[in-house]
Design a binder for this molecule. Structure first.
Ligand code: SAM
Length: 162
């Protein structure tokens, strides 16, 4: 599962700190987290997900049904369906207003996580990146391989993985 329970406050504290004008979530299946971020007044929310069964080596979707397009429209979310290997190029053209926050909680294989990080770096170089599930081997390796400096926050209250 994604950021929930005692990890959610850690993400929301980052949102309150950074006050993003644009929030991007990679892996947003039910949009539970996006709803919480929206409640904090973030004006533009953009999400990416397969919105269907994930490949075996990736993170499975959450239980339940994905957000419906009607619901997404009602909340004003801009959603992109498909594998992030194919969809993240749209970041090039989204004209995001700074500050931008990107929460990466999609596929957790090394390759996909690194691709997600690199695409964000390429097209949104000033974005504040927040990673979920950092205890997972592929995620950790990809973070190291990205060459970025990562700061760990909230570990004392966050569950290692959900
Ligand atoms: C842990 S869940 C995300 C939960 C979400 N952050 C929330 O709070 O509701 C991981 C999501 O990543 C998606 N996913 C896995 N691999 C993906 C890929 N290669 N491209 C796009 N989405 C992917 C899955 O469909 C799943 O919904």
């Amino acid at each position: 599962m994604g950021i929930m329970g005692d990890k959610l406050p850690v993400l929301l504290a980052q949102v309150e700190d950074i006050k993003p004008q644009t929030y991007v979530e990679i892996g947003c299946f039910r949009c539970d987290t996006m709803h919480e971020v929206k409640r904090l007044g973030v004006p533009r929310l953009i999400g990416f997900d397969l919105f269907e069964q994930a490949p075996e080596n990736e993170e499975a979707p959450l239980d339940g049904l994905p957000v419906t397009w009607e619901e997404a429209q009602k909340f004003g979310y801009e959603l992109y369906k498909g594998n992030t290997w194919d969809t993240l190029h749209v970041l090039k053209d989204i004209n995001a207003t700074d500050p931008v926050m990107v929460f990466i909680d999609g596929g957790h294989s090394f390759e996909t996580t690194l691709n997600d990080i690199e695409m964000v770096q390429k097209y949104l170089p000033k974005a504040h990146l927040v990673m979920d599930d950092i205890s997972m081997h592929g995620v950790r390796l990809a973070m190291q391989a990205s060459g970025l400096n990562w700061k760990t926050v909230g570990l004392e209250t966050a569950r290692v993985d959900l």
